[in-house]
Design a protein around this ligand. Structure first.
Ligand SMILES: [Zn+2]
Length: 105
């Protein structure tokens, strides 16, 4: 399981959500890479029971994801997914990034 995130072709920065310009180097050429896991920093439970987590992708950005398939606590590492119905097991769901400015192979 993995989730697509944007990678700058100029400086290699990993970005989520997708950007039109890289905030580090200003380039507008991007590709998509797959992020497998992210580390849970903090969780928040909404009134409707939805569990959100702030996660850090190693060498990448912080993302806020919806936790699916169970619960988590800070310090755990969760598999990332672009599939809101991923399973079995606990996953961190982030939406598919737009492909704005993405270089096609
Ligand atoms: Zn860059």
């Amino acid at each position: 399981m993995s989730a697509a995130i944007q990678a700058c072709l100029g400086c290699g920065s990993l970005l989520f959500p997708a950007r039109l310009l890289c905030p580090r180097c200003g380039q507008d050429d991007f590709s998509t890479v797959q992020a497998e896991q992210a580390d849970v920093q903090q969780t928040t439970q909404l009134a409707d029971g939805t569990l959100l987590a702030t996660l850090t992708i190693p060498n990448g950005p912080h993302v806020i994801a919806r936790v699916t398939g169970g619960t988590t606590v800070p310090g755990e590492s969760l598999p990332l997914t672009n599939n809101p119905n991923a399973g079995p097991g606990v996953h961190a769901f982030i939406p598919v990034p737009s492909n704005v400015n993405q270089d096609q192979p």
